[in-house]
Design a binder for this molecule. Sequence first.
Ligand code: CP
Ligand code: NVA
Length: 309
Amino acid sequence: MASKRDLVSILDVERDLIGILELAGNFKNRQKAGETFEPLRGKSLAMIFEKASTRTRVSFEVGMSQLGGHAVNLSPQDTQLGRGETIADTAKVLSRYVDGVMYRAYRHEDMVELARNAAVPVINGLDDLEHPCQIVSDLFTILEAKKKLKGLKIAYVGDGNNVCNSLLLGAAIVAAHISVGCPPSNRPNAGILKEAERIARGTSSEVAIVTDPKKAVENADVVYTDVWVSMGMEKEKQERERLFRPYQVNSALLKHAKPDAIVMHCLPAHRGLEITDDVIDGPQSVVFEQAENRLHAQKAILARLIGAA
Ligand code: CP
Ligand code: NVA
C-alpha cells in the first residue's frame, strides 16, 4: 500500500504547495463555470470538531459534496471519544470506514496521535500549534490578488498564535518575506520560527519578529491579523485585550503599509479589538474572498490527499 499523506503541519505539503495552489485555481474556475467535477465520488471524510467552527466545518462538508464525496460530522460529546475511548482506537476504527479524517483539536499532541494511528490521511483543521488549511488557502488568496508570492512582504500583527505559526512557515516556503509584530511575551512558537528561518535561508526570503507594529507593516503588501483571544484562552481575555491594544489593525497603522496593501483576517473577527470596522469593511480588505477560498483550496487539498489529483 502506498503510504498515506497527512496535513498535520503546512510543512507536510512543503514540496507540493505551489501545485496545490494551482489546483485550487483550477477547482475555483471549474466551479465558477458551473462544471460538475467529482474526482472523490464514493469517498468519505470524517470531521471531528473539539471546538466551534463555521468556515472549516461548512467548507469541508460542501467541498466533499462538490467533489462527489461525503462528509460525516462528529463532535466528541456525541461520540465515544467524549466517554474516554482513546484517540488511537478512534483513529483505527474510523480508518475502516472513511478515506480521510479532518480534525480540529485543542492539543497538537492529540493531532499527532490521531495521524500516527490512522491508516488514512489526517488533515489538521486547527490546533493550538497550527492552522495549515487556513494558510494554504490564504496564500491562494494572496496569489489571486497580487499575481505572485515570491518577494512580497507579508506583515502579521498581533498574537503569535496557530495562524501566525503556519503563516510563518507558508510564507518562507513560497519565498515571501514575513514580518511579525507582536509583544515579546507572545512571539510565535520557537521551534516553528527556527524552521521558518531555515526554509527562508533556502528561498532567500526574510523572517523578522519585531515588537513595534508600525515597523512590522512598513512597506507591506499584505497586512494580516487574527483574534487576540484564541479558542481555549478565554480565561486570559482581560489581560490579552490590554496587552494587544497597541496591535490593533486600524487606518492609522495601515498607512504604514504600501498604498495597495491588502488586509486579511482568517475570521471570526472581533471588530473594534484586533481590527476596526472601517478597515475590515474597507476597500483594501479581502477577508470575504479569503473565507470563500477556504472552499477552493481545501478541495485541492482533499483531491491531493484522498484522491489521485
Ligand atoms: N478561520 C476559521 O478556521 O474559521 P472557523 O473557526 O469558523 O472554522
Ligand atoms: N487563532 C484562532 C483562529 C480561529 C480560526 C483560534 O485558534 O481560535
